[in-house]
Each structure stands twice: as C-alpha cells, then as structure tokens.
Design a protein around this ligand. Sequence first.
Ligand code: HEM
Length: 178
Amino acid sequence: MRTTLFVGALALLAIGCGSDDEEYEPTGTGPAARVFCDSSGKNAFDTYGTNGFVAVNEEIFELTTAELTANGDANLGSSFSGVADFARFKGRLAAFLVFVYGGPDTITYTDGVSYTATDQDMTAAHTGMGITSAQYDYFVTNIIVPALTTSGVTADDVSSCFAPPVTDATFKASIVGK
Ligand code: HEM
C-alpha cells in the first residue's frame, strides 16, 4: 500500500488534499493512504524525492534538539530524553514520512540502514510517553511546519499535502495521552 503523510499547521486542517481515487483514511494507529495532492496533482514523494525527505527529516531533529536545548521540557515534555537510539528513531521517522506521502514502504537512510514503515504503530510507539495535546500541537506548529518550509516545501503543499494527515483528529488521538 502506498500512502501519504507529513505535517502542517492546525489552522490548515480545513484545506483539502483531494484524491480522486484514494482518499486519506486514518487508521488511528499508523500511516494511512493518501497519494495525490490537489496543489500539485501528484504525491509529495514524487515532488520532493529522497533528498527532500531526508532534508525535512534532518531538520525535524535539528529543530527538536534546538527546542530542547533552549526550553528544556517546557514545550515538548520529557519523552525525548528517554530515546535510547536516535539513529534508529531518525531512520524510522524518515521511513514513516516517505511512506505516508507516497514513497516506498522501505528506505535505506543516510546511515546505510534499511528502515520500514509498514510495521509501525503510532499508538504503540508513543505509549507511556504521556504526550499532551499542547505538546503535539507545539510539535506540529513549531517543529514540523518550519522543517518543511525551510527545506523548500511550498506553502501550498504544506497546507494541502502535508498538514491534513497530521492534523487529523483520529491520528492525533493515536499519539496523545498514551
Ligand atoms: C505529527 C506528529 C507525530 C508523528 C508523525 C510522529 C511519528 C513518530 C514515528 C514514526 C516514530 C517512530 C515509531 C517507531 O519506531 O515504530 C515516533 C517515535 C517517537 N515519538 Fe513521535 N510522532 C509525532 C508526535 C510526537 C510528539 C508530539 C512527541 C513528543 C512531544 C513525540 C515523541 C516521540 C518519541 C520520544 C518517540 C520514540 C523514539 C524512540 O525511542 O525510538 N512524537 N514518532
């Protein structure tokens, strides 16, 4: 199954990213199908490619590190301090994003390791972290959206391709409060 997802601002939720034949159908636990975006007429992986997704993924970790350095746990909580293997986390997030936004199920990341998205479960991945709604929204608005825009993703694609899946209430509920 091919899919699509990434990130965006909550305010952009109402903007559609339509697909004639494969609408986004959140499962609540993992990546969900979403391929074409009205803004470009193709999926985001076809638009931005491997290099684009690597750039965004790396920027997400750069911005997260900067946020934690600047503000500690104030906005994102303490869950990141429990990560045992950041290389794996980075590769797994990259695989997730590539898959959700129309790329292959499995990728080889910059560390040369193969990572897959299809065995990922967002509820299982975030259980025990107690992530709040505010932390989730902060992450989307202050980490994901800036990571996209500074990596060259157009505003139209942020709002119509990347935002809807992660601002979907069911998807958010699969991560928050677990
Ligand atoms: C748009 C919202 C989010 C998405 C798409 C997302 C995606 C992911 C993915 C794909 C993984 C790896 C799952 C796996 O290895 O099976 C993960 C793990 C994790 N996420 Fe999230 N996440 C989101 C929100 C958040 C938020 C808001 C926080 C904290 C404030 C957070 C903290 C973590 C942590 C600490 C891990 C575990 C890393 C590890 O130990 O390997 N996530 N997330």
